[in-house]
Design a protein. Structure first.
Ligand SMILES: Nc1ncnc2c1ncn2[C@@H]1O[C@H](COP(=O)(O)OP(=O)(O)OP(=O)(O)O)[C@@H](O)[C@H]1O
Ligand code: SF4
Ligand SMILES: [Mg+2]
Length: 423
């Protein structure tokens, strides 16, 4: 492959020492103002992204999942600087790019590229494929060795298209082929970071796998770093190294793929996971393994108080309603924002009085899921207890109203997950 691998001399080391950080996002916010009346006075704001922190390491794929409207695309547009953030910072290769102007961003545009969801509307129908894929060279004033045409033809063959089709128009291609054209365009300037917003959701299932595999192969060959956005976990499952789960403008869990799939800690992640069919023959006979989340995602104009998921969570207690849980690293490499995390010693609500919404939601949780959760939690707790025998446990509240906690309340909650509000 003739596109050279990226050099990364100015990268900073990840705090966990797990690799060089290419992109670091801190407290990132985007509030879209709502204006009304003749004077267009601001009456409120859509808090599409409301304070998120994460980093993307060089060479990795970070998957971002969450229900429709939770702010994934807005996040993608913020990190590629197609949108101006309301607050927080975006650092690329250690450089603060949060408020760079158009001129200052131009050289950066080569390094950060975006692939869009809809291959039908994202390609200009009046331009040939050659013009579309060659456009970035024109925009950036770059003259590739051997000329634009030759380079575009090379890019077309890199993404599995016939270079002879250089003069054809988008309508002459299928959805999957159009997405390959979009990928070729994104790769033209040899980017370091590619943000793919729902790159396959407009495609047939059979074609989705081909495009996902292409992205995977290109990453290996070209040393790319990806942020791949999807609304369900099945798309990012096989390609992501780490996965961030978003809910209503916040990241609620961020973990490596293995931990997220084997022991999700946020109840919302668990609900999303239960919607993904698991191709495991041992579990084929098990019925109703699904957590059906009741109702829609609440409005980002007035998100619920405390934990934003408390209006739909089957474990919600009073503290969830009043106090926003901060995103904390509860296990190595696994950050979660929850007062009563799953698969953790203190997964039981220590305040055993569930909110009424939780009692209703609990009816929707299959027994098998609860039993499995309790089993996993017990196993994890046993290992954790061995590791930290000396850890001092805080005193548990008197659980006089033990309505919902009949089973394994094996460990009391740690204080530190309840006392933050990182709005
Ligand atoms: N330009 C805008 N002006 C006002 N509100 C916006 C704008 N763009 C997005 N929003 C709102 O911000 C919220 C997050 O939108 P976003 O498109 O980021 O969600 P998403 O997670 O990508 O959803 P989907 O899965 O449907 O693509 C939504 O409530 C949306 O209506
Ligand atoms: S903090 Fe409470 S409401 Fe939010 S996810 Fe955790 S248990 Fe559910
Ligand atoms: Mg979107």
């Amino acid at each position: 492959m003739s596109i050279p691998k990226q050099a990364g001399s100015t990268l900073t080391e990840d705090s966990a020492g797990d690799g060089e950080v290419l992109l670091r996002v801190s407290g990132l916010k985007k509030h879209f103002p709502i204006r009304k009346g003749l004077l267009q006075r601001q009456t409120g704001a859509v808090r599409a992204v409301d304070g998120i922190d994460f980093e993307v390491r060089k060479g990795e794929t970070l998957g971002v999942v969450g229900e429709s409207g939770c702010g994934k695309s807005t996040m993608g547009r913020l990190i590629t600087r197609l949108l101006e953030p309301t607050g927080g910072t975006v650092e690329f290769e250690g450089r603060d790019i949060t408020h760079l102007g158009v001129g200052q961003m131009r050289p950066m545009r080569r390094d950060v590229q975006m692939i869009f969801q809809d291959p039908y509307s994202s390609l200009n129908p009046r331009h040939t494929i050659g013009t579309i894929v060659g456009a970035p060279f024109k925009l950036q004033g770059v003259q590739p060795e051997g000329g634009v045409k030759k380079e575009v033809q090379r890019l077309l063959s890199v993404v599995g298209l016939n270079p002879e089709h250089y003069n054809r128009y988008p309508h002459e291609f299928s959805g999957g082929q159009r997405q390959r054209i979009g990928i070729a365009r994104a790769l033209a300037l040899n980017p370091k970071l590619v943000v793919a917003d729902e790159p396959v959701s407009a495609l047939d299932v059979s074609i989705q796998a081909q495009v996902v595999n292409l992205l995977d192969d290109l990453q290996e060959e070209l040393g790319l770093t990806y942020v791949i956005i999807a609304h369900d976990l099945s798309v990012v499952r096989h390609v992501s190294d780490r996965i961030a789960v978003m809910y209503l403008g916040k990241i609620v869990e961020l973990a490596d793929r293995e931990s997220l799939y084997t022991a999700p800690m946020h109840p919302y992640t668990k609900a999303l996971m239960s919607a993904v069919p698991i191709p495991d023959p041992k579990r084929r006979g098990v019925k109703s393994e699904r957590i059906l989340l009741r109702g829609d995602v609440p409005s980002p104009i007035a998100p619920p108080s405390g934990c934003r998921f408390h209006t739909r969570c089957w474990k919600a207690t009073e503290v969830c309603r009043t106090t926003e849980p901060p995103l904390l690293e509860l296990k190595p490499g696994q950050r979660v924002a929850c007062h009563h995390p799953e698969n953790f010693q203190d997964q039981q609500p220590q305040d055993t009085v569930l909110l009424s919404v939780a009692k209703e939601a609990a009816e929707l949780v299959a027994d098998e899921v609860l039993a499995e959760s309790a089993e996993t939690s017990a196993a994890v707790a046993a290992v954790a207890a061995e590791v930290s025998e000396a850890a001092e446990a805080p005193v548990a509240e008197d659980a006089s109203e033990a309505a919902a906690a009949e089973d394994d309340a094996e460990a009391p909650a740690s204080e530190d997950v309840t006392d933050g509000d990182n709005k």
